[in-house]
Design a binder for this molecule. Structure first.
Ligand SMILES: C[S@@+](CC[C@H](N)C(=O)[O-])C[C@H]1O[C@@H](n2cnc3c(N)ncnc32)[C@H](O)[C@@H]1O
Length: 213
């Protein structure tokens, strides 16, 4: 997988002291930075393991974790502010069935050594990189999906949503090549509307969802 082309630009926001503290002192059971990541693993027994990639502000992750206490969730995100906010929310709400990894998911997948591990993997509204010269930055490439397929259980499900028509076409080609079997839906109702889904709805963009099986 090409790790040198980044699917994100690091934000230059200054973190508050509290946020910096959370990123440096959160317990290892619930948080790690990619440089310390070794592999996905959780010692707790859980009915399902779910991974959300690029969770942004983390509203879906928090709500899903609170509503499914017998599931274990992993979230990977590069956006420090989003990670600090979710760590705060996990602490305030006593959420212990989530582990957050701060860093580039491609690096996380390079380091990971477990396969057939997740029941569900979610990628909601990956950055569309609409300018043609930036298309290479799109996360959901064929190579990336091959890596995702390795960590998904044989009967696991990958769900991807996008509001960008051209990206939806590219994702469909890649999903077809790598997974073969998938369902495609237009404007499917979500259990929880994320920040970027809200923007898409406000700007009247159609939402395409892919679900492999
Ligand atoms: C458009 S936002 C969508 C956020 C959220 N899923 C939502 O629906 O509101 C895309 C998110 O993916 C994250 N992201 C992009 N590339 C990533 C990567 N390689 N590893 C981890 N997160 C990434 C960005 O930081 C950003 O928060």
């Amino acid at each position: 997988m090409n790790q040198s082309i980044k699917s994100f630009v690091r934000a230059r926001t200054r973190l508050s002291k509290l946020n910096r503290f959370l990123l440096n002192n959160s317990p290892s059971a619930s948080f790690c930075k990619v440089e310390h990541f070794e592999s996905f693993d959780c010692n707790q027994s859980s009915d399902k393991r779910i991974l959300e990639i690029g969770f942004g502000d983390g509203e879906n992750l928090i709500s899903s974790a609170q509503n499914n206490l017998n599931f274990f969730f992993f979230g990977v995100e590069v956006y420090e502010m989003g990670v600090a906010n979710i760590l705060k929310s996990m602490e305030t709400n006593g959420i212990s069935n989530v582990k957050i990894i701060l860093g580039d998911v491609k690096e996380v997948l390079e380091k990971n050594s477990v396969e057939d591990y997740f029941d569900e993997i979610l990628i909601f509204f990956p950055d569309p990189w609409p300018k043609r010269k930036h298309n290479k930055r799109r996360l959901v490439s064929e190579d990336f999906l091959f890596e995702i397929k390795k960590i998904l259980k044989k009967d696991g499900v990958l769900i991807i949503k996008t509001d960008w028509k051209e990206y939806a076409e590219e994702i469909e080609q890649n999903v077809k090549k790598v997974f073969g079997r998938y369902k495609k839906s237009l404007d499917k109702k979500s259990n929880l509307v994320t920040k970027y889904e809200k923007i898409a709805l406000k700007e009247n963009r159609k939402i395409t969802s892919f679900e492999t099986y």
